[in-house]
Write a protein that binds this ligand. Structure first.
Ligand SMILES: *Cc1c(COP(=O)(O)O)cnc(C)c1O
Length: 400
């Protein structure tokens, strides 16, 4: 994993604005003029290079951001979307048609789960949800209609790690596409290098990092990206989850500091996870030796970015979780909010929020306790001070 440096790849891109600005000029048009009618025809047929036809298809600002994200993931190309779900649904609907079958990790983002479980069956696309860490279960779930294996590098909210190398081997053996949602681990994990066919991010989280917008991206081969944007048959072109140009320019500027932020998120999370485990709390963090896939994860990441900013803490009951979160918010230690990747710590009880789409009995089966709090650790300057303050809250509500 040493010879690939995503941050260098992003750094090496050079853009000049229209007037020599240090940022590219923002394209603020939905439609584009053509010098000749013939040129317009060629563009719509896909035969003209460097011409824009309509901003639902592409725009200069969106292409700049997409190019930087493709560089980050080491893929040929990428396409940005209005939300992470826009990227996920476009990718799945491009790869799967009526009659097809998906194998998905059972611990995935609630919206993705709901899409596969409740929405796709009406289009005769069925999904088998499996324990993604059990490779035998994954392989035996494959049938003649299977097209896709879908997982998150590090899962939401249980922080299980998917063995992307092995999943890719299984996918190749059976001629399937491996689609990986890498939202929790940008820069740390490069799914493409481990064999993924399509890598997805919700830009809403770490990549944009300022909790001011939703956004998404899918990264893959030029052929795949072109197919999704085809004016006659492309899932993204026809469903239309296009990111706005002004927003794309804004996300690109935030992407510039991602490498610094990820290191700090990971450093702070590692510190708290170690302290909490030492204090006897039930904590899940891939950077702890006690994490079942700790050794595997070490072989998957670019170590300088650490083990990520997410921690799962199980305080047993939803009542205790709620009491603790409210107290921490009152003490200004973070916000009781869903989402992740913000400069402030965010916390939510997953079972009653971002994973509430998953029925209670299934939550139980996958080990999602009602008292599970998902922390997205912020960029706190003095994490020891934060730890001490959190400890006081935990003692007050009887968690410690
Ligand atoms: C938030 C999230 C999504 C959905 O992204 P949106 O930008 O909210 O549409 C998908 N996957 C994961 C892992 C997420 O955390």
């Amino acid at each position: 994993m040493k010879d690939f440096n995503a941050a260098n790849h992003i750094q090496d891109l050079q853009y000049f604005g229209e007037f020599g600005g240090v940022n590219p000029s923002i394209s603020d048009s939905s439609t584009y003029t053509f010098l000749s009618a013939k040129k317009m025809f060629d563009t719509f047929e896909g035969n003209a290079v460097g011409c824009y036809l309509y901003s639902r298809h592409s725009s200069p600002s969106n292409l700049y951001l997409a190019q930087a994200l493709a560089k980050m993931e080491g893929t040929e190309s990428a396409n940005v979307t209005a939300s992470g779900m826009g990227a996920i649904t476009s990718t799945i609907l491009q790869l799967c048609k009526s009659g097809d079958h998906i194998i998905s990790s059972r611990t995935i983002y609630g919206g993705t789960y709901a899409f596969m479980k409740n929405f796709l069956p009406d289009f005769k696309i069925e999904t088998s949800f499996v324990d993604i860490t059990d490779l035998q279960k994954v392989e035996s779930a494959i049938n003649e209609n299977t097209k896709v294996i879908y997982c998150e590098s590090v899962s939401n909210p249980l922080l299980e790690v998917a063995d992307l190398r092995e999943l890719s081997r299984i996918a190749k053996k059976h001629d399937l596409k491996l689609v990986v949602d890498n939202t929790f681990s940008p820069l740390s994990v490069s799914p493409q290098l481990l064999g993924a066919d399509v890598t997805i991010h919700s830009l809403t989280k770490f990549i944009n990092g300022s909790s001011d917008t939703v956004g998404g991206v899918y990264c893959g081969t030029q052929e795949f990206i072109d197919a999704t944007k085809n004016v006659n048959s492309g899932a993204c072109m026809l469903l239309g989850p296009t990111m706005d140009s002004l927003r794309a320019a804004s996300v690109l500027k935030n992407l510039r500091t991602l490498h610094i932020r990820m290191k700090k998120h990971s450093e702070n999370a590692q510190f708290l996870a170690e302290k909490w485990e030492h204090d006897g709390l039930k904590v899940k963090y891939p950077g702890l030796k006690s994490h079942p896939q700790h050794e595997l994860y070490k072989t998957m990441i670019h170590q300088e970015y650490g083990f990520g900013g997410l921690i799962a803490l199980d305080v047993e009951t939803v009542e205790k979780a709620n009491e603790l979160m409210e107290l921490m918010q009152n003490e200004n230690l973070g916000y009781l909010a869903v989402s992740l990747g913000f400069y402030k710590t965010l916390f939510s009880a997953s079972g009653t929020s971002t994973s509430s789409e998953i029925p209670e009995d299934e939550q139980k089966e996958m080990g999602l306790s009602p008292g599970l709090i998902r922390f997205s650790i912020g960029l706190d300057h003095d994490i020891e001070r934060t730890y001490q303050k959190m400890k006081m809250c935990m003692e007050k509500v009887g968690v410690l």
